[in-house]
Design a protein around this ligand. Structure first.
Ligand code: ATP
Length: 311
């Protein structure tokens, strides 16, 4: 379990994290989402004791990171895979980490096997692809067999097969009862990996819910209609109590009715229609709308309420 309690981090005049509180429960994968600069990495660094918070604190399994006698056994983290030293081999890197944390050498072979790198274990890190470096970073996170795992943008550089592999690994780790936090700026990818979501923008909490609830709330279905007579069609639909909104490029977006009803009303009233098609707003759009809202609220200096997200 991770408990972020009223965490605030200021870098000079930049408020990177602003009074942020949330919990990450064990036994499920939690996606930590936010656009670039939202404060995800800063929060993860505070979890690992790498940055001192301006105020607030983070507890890992009930205590701050620094108070764990064997930190690698409490929490494993993948932060920036590019930090791997180019001259060392993957195996050498992991052995160094294992020895400085009183972890037996045999564990290095096990984690290399888990991440599918046993065959390149003796290759110098400088010769590894970004995807392979990510896997070395993931192996390092697993080294101490920790109860809590933090992955910052883990799928960066992974090929499609690697992405599926990571997704399964994250699920397996959560299935073993561990706490798994995966940060990302990609909504749809996260929705496929995580069970639960924590969404932040400008250092503040925007949403916290199960992925299923988030999808149900934010997957808006509507009918898109292109017509040269939008005003007339809007009037026809409104007279029948059908709600219309303005869509892109003069199109209409109609919700709360069926394709057949709209088609029949257009035909009865002899309105020319170029296109009529069912649409579902993507999760990515919902996420962008949600996080764009936070930017606007902050720019106005308001305290950020939960932005309205189209249903
Ligand atoms: N060491 C630092 N010094 C000054 N400002 C910083 C520092 N680290 C982060 N920031 C600023 O704090 C804010 C949050 O950055 P952070 O890296 O935590 O966001 P993020 O959500 O992880 O984004 P990204 O996905 O781009 O890494 C940004 O405005 C960033 O420029």
């Amino acid at each position: 379990m991770i408990e972020v309690q009223r965490l605030t981090k200021r870098y000079g005049s930049t408020l990177a994290v602003d009074d942020l509180s949330f919990r990450v429960e064990p036994g499920r994968v939690t996606g930590f989402l936010g656009p670039n600069g939202a404060g995800k990495t800063t929060t993860l660094r505070a979890m690992l004791g790498l940055d001192r918070p301006t105020s607030g604190r983070v507890l890992i399994e009930g205590r701050p990171y620094e108070e764990h006698p064997r930190p690698l056994a409490a929490v494993g983290a993948l932060l920036d895979a590019r930090l791997l030293h180019g001259g060392r081999t993957a195996r050498g890197h992991l052995l160094g980490l294992a020895r400085s944390n009183r972890i037996p050498d045999t564990r290095v072979g096990e984690v290399l096997e888990t991440v599918g790198l046993a065959s390149v274990a003796r290759k110098r890190a400088g010769g590894l692809s970004l995807g392979m470096s990510q896997r070395v970073g993931i192996a390092a996170a697993l080294l101490g067999d920790p109860r809590v795992l933090l992955f910052d943008e883990p799928i960066n550089g992974l090929d499609p097969e690697g992405i599926v592999w990571f997704r399964e690994l994250a699920r397996r780790l959560a299935g073993e009862g561990r706490t798994v936090l995966v940060s990302s700026h990609l909504m749809s990818e996260t929705a496929q990996t995580a069970d639960h979501l924590v969404v932040i923008g400008q250092g503040r909490l925007l949403a916290e819910s199960s992925v299923d609830d988030f999808v149900a709330r934010n997957s808006r279905s509507y009918i898109l209609i292109r017509t040269p007579e939008p005003d007339r069609l809007r009037a026809v639909l409104m007279s029948e109590g059908v709600r219309t909104d303005d869509g892109p490029d003069g199109a209409l977006e109609v919700s709360g009715t069926t394709l057949e009803t709209v088609g029949a009303l257009a035909a009865e009233n002899q309105v020319t229609v170029y296109e009529i098609s069912p649409r579902t707003a993507s999760l990515e759009e919902a996420f962008m709308r949600m996080t764009a809202g936070s930017v606007e609220f902050r720019a106005n200096g308001d305290t950020a309420p939960m932005p309205e997200v189209a249903r």
